[in-house]
Structures are given as structure tokens and as C-alpha cells.
Design a protein around this ligand. Structure first.
Ligand SMILES: [Zn+2]
Length: 202
């Protein structure tokens, strides 16, 4: 009797999470990897029932291609920080699906106009729930790390093997901003008109 009841609750929980993940347009292959008790065919049927269209296909998202500029790291660090502060599980060993859903919904509330299903994606990442999923999976695998910068006292994100160096992007952006302000202020102090009409610093 107990076994049957446990099985039923387990099944119910799997369906609940499948619905919540598919509602946020997670790829059926990602859902299947997480929830093995539901067939791919049924997952595709649930997706179609919710969205009135076939599940998305196309290339699997690679984590190293998600950040497109330094600013992207700030948004990613915020998303991962929300996830980590919410997750009850050890993020290295278990995947806390409820925490991913909560972190994503919170992120969408903060940046409602920047969420995209299709390219082009802006600098605010994750741009959609699939990217959010990949980021948290990568965190679990150690491909992504959240660290604390003792200089600016912010969390910052490292994506190993991506095109950006593994440094605090808050500090890097601050340095770049100061350098840019210095060059503008030099131009403002000592403007000089050239033949082509450009202003240059003397
Ligand atoms: Zn810093």
C-alpha cells in the first residue's frame, strides 16, 4: 500500500516539474535528462498542448558562448546568486529544480523586456530559460563558478574556457569606465580641431 502511494506521489511530482519546465519552454531533451519517468513523446505532447506549437529544435546551447560581453557577466552573476541563495541542495551534487524556476522567474521580473526566445539576444543573459538551465547545469559540473571579489565586494562569475579572462568583471568595467572618462575629460580640457574635423587630445 505504502509503495503504491509513494509511486503515485513520485509520478505526480515528476509531472508537476515537467509541466513547470515545459511551460518555461525548456527543451524537451533537457527535461527528459532530468525527468526520466516521462517519455520524450509525452513531453513533446505536453509542450504542444501548452504552447500550441512544436517544441523548439536546433543547436544545444554551449555555456562558453552565453556571455557576449563583459556586462553579460554581471547579469549572469546576479542570476546565479539568486539561485544559490534559494537552493537548498548542494549545487555541486544535486540539481534543485525549484530553485532554478524561482531564480528564473525572479530574473524575469527584474528584466521583463529583455527575455528572448530567439536571436538576436542582448547583453542581458540568460536570455531564456534554456540558457538559465545550461548555466546552472554548468555550475554543477564546475564549468561555471561564482566567486567573491574582495576589491569591489561583489559576487562575480567565471565561465571557464570562454573568450573572457577569469577576473572580476565589475572591477574590469570600472577600470574601463575610468579610462574612458579620463580620455573624455582630456578631450574636454584640451580640444583641438584637426583638418578632418575630429577632436583630439593634445
Ligand atoms: Zn571586483
Amino acid at each position: 500500500m505504502m509503495k503504491t502511494r509513494y509511486f503515485y506521489e513520485d509520478h505526480l511530482r515528476d509531472h508537476y516539474f515537467a509541466y513547470e519546465l515545459l511551460k518555461r519552454k525548456l527543451r524537451t531533451s533537457y527535461v527528459k535528462a532530468q525527468i526520466k519517468s516521462i517519455s520524450t513523446r509525452e513531453l513533446r505532447y505536453i509542450y504542444r498542448s501548452i504552447h500550441q506549437k512544436r517544441p523548439q529544435s536546433g543547436q544545444i546551447q554551449i555555456v562558453t558562448t552565453i556571455p557576449i560581453c563583459r556586462e553579460s557577466f554581471l547579469y549572469l552573476a546576479l542570476f546565479v546568486s539568486i539561485f544559490q541563495s534559494t537552493s537548498l541542495a548542494d549545487t555541486q551534487s544535486q540539481l534543485d529544480v525549484s530553485a532554478i524556476i524561482f531564480a528564473w522567474d525572479t530574473f524575469c521580473q527584474i528584466f521583463p523586456d529583455h527575455i528572448r526566445d530567439k536571436r538576436p539576444f542582448g547583453k542581458i543573459r540568460p536570455a531564456n530559460f534554456n540558457e538559465a538551465w545550461v548555466i546552472i547545469q554548468s555550475l554543477r559540473k564546475g564549468l561555471v563558478e561564482l566567486q567573491f571579489c574582495t576589491t569591489c565586494r561583489h559576487n562575480y562569475l567565471i565561465v571557464h574556457n570562454c573568450q573572457f579572462t577569469s577576473v572580476c568583471q565589475v572591477c574590469e568595467l570600472d577600470k574601463a569606465r575610468k579610462a574612458s572618462l579620463n580620455s573624455i575629460s582630456t578631450l574636454l580640457k584640451y580640444p583641438k580641431r584637426t583638418i578632418s574635423g575630429l577632436l583630439i587630445a593634445e
